[in-house]
Each structure stands twice: as structure tokens, then as C-alpha cells.
Design a protein around this ligand. Structure first.
Ligand code: SAM
Length: 282
């Protein structure tokens, strides 16, 4: 089969499966992965004939996409900030809205050698993005789940050539491993979805680990733990930044106000939903 025929047929299959709203792009990305070529190659070589093996591999990926598997898992990677991160079904696929927490953190007035912790690092997205911008920050990435820890380790090691020597990964339950006044900044994108939320049965999240998504107490249990533990582990004047669900900003604000934080502020994402809260430890 020719490249242009494959793309045409695969786009139709993906579109009719309702797996996503970018069927042609998905088909091209999956084929690009199999052929190890950029998408522009398809436009200059539409007549290229796929070998049986290439066709079989590409068809298998399209089949999985039609079943709803996220394109990032099928490609095994996702762009976040300026980084290409390896991902698999052991980690959350990093989201563009989380880049806003990174952007916000980079604008804070912190010491040159700030001590920073990224809680629930998953693929390592937040920690690596911060480390790529602030070489002198001492950054710790914390992860609890073995499968995610493995992915974070891989991404940190792969990025090691970029001199991320001040970035350390540890396995721990949130801040339980740290002493009083350890950090100038605690940043976290914790699980915050309620067990009964219907979104868990839709789209990409169906394939993401529930340990990255779901939390008790209407999705607020982990946010509460992090807020409470941060009052101990942050230095006075240190910052806390937490991502949350778009309908949780008032509750998260209240949790922080009740936990020794001041200047609690809610921030919106690019879709204009409240998405994260920042606060300062008294
Ligand atoms: C929403 S994901 C965020 C992943 C990544 N930081 C990102 O933004 O793409 C939450 C992460 O918290 C981790 N996690 C869950 N419970 C934890 C705990 N008690 N301590 C540390 N990490 C935990 C999950 O394994 C998951 O990787």
C-alpha cells in the first residue's frame, strides 16, 4: 500500500471510531513512528510503498488508536515544555495546563539556589522543566508508585546530558521523608479526581493509571495531605503551588487558608478554568 492510501484509509478508520478529533494527524503520527520519518516526508513521497512489515506495524497502531488508546502512549513520548518525555501506561500523560504551574514557579522571587520539590513527579515533567530553566535550583522529584518512578528515572537519566545534576529523584509518600523547613517551593500536580467522576470513563484518562488520577474525599484527600505536610516542610515565606480540578478552587483555597498559608491565589488555565492555587507559608 502507498503512503497516501494508508493515511487516507487510516484517517477514515480513526474518525469513524470516534477515538479523537484529529484523525488525519493521528494517522500521520503513527505512520511517522513506524517509518521513523517526519510527517513532511509523506507529502514529498506520497507514492512510497510500505513493506508488509511496515504496513502490519502501522495497522496495529491504528487499531489500538481506534480502541481509544492515547496517541502519546502509542508513540511512547509526549512533549512538555521544551522536552520530549518518555511515557507509558504507568504515568499520567503530561498536560499543557501543567506548564502554567511551571511558568508561574519560574517567575517567583526565590533564592538563586532555591530548594524545590515536585510532588508526584510521574514522567518527571514538572521537575525536568524547572531544572531545564534553573540550573542552580536544588530540585527533588518525589514519586510513590514503582511504575511511575521507573519512567521518571529513565527521563531524568536520558536528560542527564543536559546537565540536570541538581535534580534528585526519591520514592516517598508526599513529604513524609523530609525535615522541617526543607523547601523554598513545593509544587504538585496530585491526583484530584473523585472516584465517581464520569470523566474517568471517557477519552484518554480511561488508559491512565488511577493512582495518578483518583483521590478520596471528592478528590481532595491528597491535596489536603500535601497542604498539611507543606506547612511543616516549607520555610516561612516559601511557596506552595498545587494543581486541582476546575471545580475545586474554592475548596482548595479554603484548605490553604485553614493551614497557615497567606496570599492564597487562584489561577486560571488557557481554557479560562481555575486550575491551580498558589500560596505563601506564613
Ligand atoms: C496527576 S499525576 C502528575 C504527574 C506529573 N507530575 C504531571 O504533572 O504530569 C500524580 C502523580 O502523583 C503520584 N502519586 C500518587 N500518590 C502519591 C503519593 N502518596 N506520594 C507521591 N506521589 C504520589 C502518582 O503516581 C502520579 O505520578
Amino acid at each position: 500500500m502507498r503512503i497516501d492510501q494508508f493515511i487516507y484509509h487510516s484517517s477514515q478508520l480513526i474518525e469513524s471510531s470516534k477515538a479523537g478529533d484529529s484523525a488525519r494527524l493521528d494517522a500521520e503520527l503513527l505512520l511517522a513512528q513506524v517509518l521513523n520519518k517526519s510527517r513532511s516526508y509523506f507529502y514529498s513521497h506520497p507514492e512510497y510503498l510500505l513493506s508488509d512489515k511496515q504496513l502490519e506495524m502501522a495497522q496495529r497502531l491504528v487499531e489500538l488508536r481506534c480502541q481509544g488508546r492515547p496517541i502519546a502512549y502509542l508513540q511512547g513520548q509526549k512533549e512538555f515544555w521544551s522536552l520530549s518525555l518518555a511515557v507509558n501506561e504507568g504515568v499520567l500523560i503530561p498536560r499543557p495546563e501543567t506548564e502554567m504551574l511551571v511558568e508561574f514557579a519560574l517567575r517567583l522571587d526565590l533564592p538563586a539556589n532555591a530548594s524545590v520539590v515536585d510532588l508526584g513527579t510521574g514522567s518527571g515533567a514538572i521537575a525536568l522543566a524547572l531544572a531545564s530553566e534553573k540550573k542552580s535550583w536544588q530540585i527533588t522529584a518525589v514519586e510513590y508508585i514503582d511504575a511511575a518512578l521507573k519512567v521518571a528515572k529513565h527521563n531524568i537519566e536520558t536528560a542527564a546530558g543536559k546537565d540536570f545534576s541538581a535534580l534528585h529523584l526519591i520514592q516517598a509518600n508526599w513529604l513524609s521523608a523530609f525535615a522541617r523547613h526543607s523547601f523554598d517551593l513545593v509544587i504538585a500536580n496530585p491526583p484530584y479526581i473523585d472516584y465517581h467522576d464520569p470523566h474517568l470513563k471517557q477519552g484518554d484518562v480511561r488508559f491512565e493509571p488511577s493512582t495518578a488520577l483518583v483521590s478520596n474525599e471528592q478528590g481532595l484527600a491528597d491535596i489536603k495531605s500535601i497542604a498539611l505536610q507543606s506547612t511543616h516542610c516549607l520555610r516561612p515565606g516559601g511557596y506552595l503551588i498545587i494543581e486541582h480540578g476546575c471545580d475545586q478552587s474554592q475548596q482548595v483555597k479554603e484548605i490553604l487558608n485553614n493551614n497557615d498559608f497567606i496570599e492564597v491565589q487562584c489561577h486560571r488555565d488557557l481554557s479560562d478554568n481555575f486550575r491551580f492555587v498558589s500560596a505563601i507559608k506564613k
